[in-house]
Structure formats: structure tokens, C-alpha cells
Design a protein around this ligand. Structure first.
Ligand SMILES: Cc1cc2nc3c(=O)[nH]c(=O)nc-3n(C[C@H](O)[C@H](O)[C@H](O)COP(=O)(O)OP(=O)(O)OC[C@H]3O[C@@H](n4cnc5c(N)ncnc54)[C@H](O)[C@@H]3O)c2cc1C
Ligand code: FES
Length: 278
């Protein structure tokens, strides 16, 4: 049975920037993680010298320059509430890089990223990688895909976070909101379906989704109907992040029906076609 071996480290916050309502970017100086972490991987965070919250919380890599790395989070509970008041110099306990990360998309013409809520966070580093751009804009030699579009859905306009980051990295951004306060009015999967149906999406397309489970389920069905390959990055609640506690079990298709895999070591990125929705 695969278990990740990791060292628990302590690292300082370099910067905290508010990006949208209740949404922050945290820059952390931790070269051992920043130099190795890949798009789609995550880290587990705890606050040092505290037992509440007791368990670590998972956060996806937003981007890295090899020395520092960025996380972006939405305040939903105790840990993210405390993270929102961290100042430069405050320390975090962390372990990682964790998880499988996104596969290579070499040969794909068009990578369509579909994000719901705070599910956009794994995508800046991925856009930079697949378009062959090194940290902070220098163009590198290995471009994997011809173009990238990001479909990004929020409940309402003031939750939209990081659109400039995606554009700067080279993605075309299409926005939706449930209340119509910004972009297309409706679910992000409805916007994506409309573009698929009216021929706006051309070329060999591979879809990657991240967001709340009902959105991922809808995206999986949509891709099935249009015959598009699709990877999903799950945000399954986790406790250890390294494969020991089985707290992150997800159902996947198996020869005799279904089986469990652990989102922290077998994922968080899974083929949509292998997930069993309950
Ligand atoms: C691989 C991975 C990557 C993630 N990346 C990010 C990220 O980049 N940015 C970010 O903001 N969050 C991310 N998350 C989610 C984040 O770990 C949780 O929201 C975390 O529990 C917040 O801690 P908290 O103490 O503030 O809230 P908690 O007290 O843990 O939870 C508050 C409320 O949110 C609900 N909740 C907690 N976790 C989840 C979840 N995963 N899905 C749905 N509901 C949940 C709880 O049931 C509760 O109602 C990621 C999760 C995973 C597994
Ligand atoms: S979070 Fe413990 S096994 Fe995955």
C-alpha cells in the first residue's frame, strides 16, 4: 500500500493579499516544497503550537517561483478564518508536496479548464506549465498545448478571484455567475455546454475540472455526452494527506463493480470516467 513519506516543516508567510470577498492569497517561503511541487499537487497546513484546529487542511498549489509558493483560499471555517489574519513573518506547519498532480497534456490542441467556486486554485500553475512559460512569464521550451481556456463560475461577482492571473499566463477566460452579476448568468457547466453546442469550442479538446462535487458530477456527464476526455481534481476532505487514515476514500470503477482509492495519494486528480458517483 502506497503511503507518502514527508517531513513536517515550519515556514514563514511572506505576504497575504486579499483577492476577493473572503478570498486571500498567501505567499509562503519554503524552498523544499516550492522547488518540487507540481501543478495539481497540494500541501497540508497546520498552525504551529495550536491543537485547534487539530487536523491539517489541504490547499492546492496556486503557483510557485521555486523559492516561494502561493496558495489561494476561501474562508469557510476555523482554519481558513485564522489563515486570513496571518501576517508576514507568522509561521505555518506544513507537509508536501502531496498527491499525483495533473498528467501531461502533450498533443492536446485545446485544454478547457472548468472551475467552480474556489476550484480555480490549481489552474495558474497548470496554465503556465502547458503553455511552456516559466515562473513569472519567461517562455520556456516545452509547450504542451496550443491554447487554454478557463471557464470560471462563481455565485456572485465579488467572489471572482484571480482572473488577471489566468489571462497573464495566457488563458482565455469565460466567466459565469449564478445571479448574473458578472458574465454569463447560470452555472459554469451550462456556459461550457452552450459553447460546446454552438461550435465555439474547436480542436482536439481535453477538459480538466475542479470545484464542488455536484459541479464535477455535472461536468463528468457533460463530457461523457460530448465524448471529451476529462480529468477532475477532487477537494475531498482530508485528515493526514499521506495515505494513512483512509479519511479521503473515493469510489472508483473496478472489474467487479467499484473499489475505494485514497484521494490524497491516488489523486486528487482522477479520470472522470473512472469515478463512481453516489
Ligand atoms: C486536495 C485539496 C485541495 C484543496 N485546495 C484548496 C484551495 O486551494 N483553496 C481552498 O480554499 N480550499 C481548498 N481545499 C479545501 C480546504 O481544504 C477545506 O475547505 C478546509 O477544510 C477548510 O478548513 P476550515 O477549518 O477553514 O474549514 P472546516 O471547518 O474544515 O470546514 C468548514 C465547512 O466547509 C465544509 N468543508 C470542509 N472541507 C470541504 C471540502 N473539501 N469540500 C466541501 N466542503 C468542505 C465543512 O463540512 C464545513 O461545513 C482543498 C481541499 C483538498 C482536498
Ligand atoms: S487523508 Fe488520510 S488517507 Fe487520505
Amino acid at each position: 500500500m502506497r503511503v507518502s513519506t514527508v517531513e513536517v516543516m515550519t515556514a514563514p508567510v511572506v505576504e497575504r493579499v486579499q483577492m476577493a470577498r473572503a478570498t486571500y492569497r498567501l505567499r509562503i517561503a519554503c524552498p523544499p516544497i516550492a522547488s518540487r511541487i507540481c501543478p495539481g499537487q497540494f500541501v497540508m497546513l497546520r498552525l504551529p503550537r495550536r491543537t485547534d484546529p487539530l487536523l491539517g487542511r489541504a490547499f492546492a498549489l496556486y503557483d510557485t517561483d521555486g523559492h516561494d509558493f502561493d496558495l489561494v483560499f476561501l474562508v469557510v471555517g476555523k482554519m481558513t478564518g485564522l489563515m486570513a489574519s496571518l501576517d508576514p513573518g507568522d509561521e505555518l506547519e506544513l507537509w508536501g508536496p502531496l498527491g499525483n498532480g495533473f498528467p501531461s497534456y502533450e498533443g492536446v490542441e485545446h485544454l478547457a479548464l472548468v472551475a467552480g467556486g474556489i476550484g480555480q486554485t490549481p489552474f495558474p500553475a497548470l496554465i503556465r506549465r502547458v503553455l511552456g512559460r516559466q515562473a513569472y512569464g519567461a517562455v520556456g521550451p516545452r509547450r504542451e498545448v496550443a491554447r487554454v481556456s478557463l471557464y470560471y463560475g462563481v455565485r456572485t461577482a465579488d467572489l471572482l478571484a484571480g482572473v488577471d492571473d489566468f489571462r497573464q499566463r495566457g488563458a482565455e477566460v469565460r466567466v459565469s455567475s449564478d445571479d448574473g452579476s458578472v458574465g454569463f448568468m447560470g452555472r459554469v457547466t451550462q456556459l461550457f455546454e452552450r459553447d460546446l453546442a454552438n461550435g465555439r469550442i474547436v480542436g482536439r479538446t481535453h477538459v480538466v475540472g475542479c470545484g464542488p462535487e455536484p459541479m464535477l458530477h455535472a461536468l463528468s456527464e457533460l463530457c461523457g455526452r460530448f465524448g471529451l476526455p476529462c480529468d477532475l481534481s477532487l477537494e475531498t476532505p482530508m485528515a493526514c494527506g499521506i495515505g494513512i487514515c483512509f479519511g479521503c476514500a473515493v469510489k472508483v470503477a473496478a472489474k467487479d463493480g467499484w473499489d475505494y482509492q485514497r484521494a490524497c495519494v491516488d489523486g486528487p486528480v482522477f479520470l472522470a470516467s473512472e469515478l463512481v458517483w453516489v
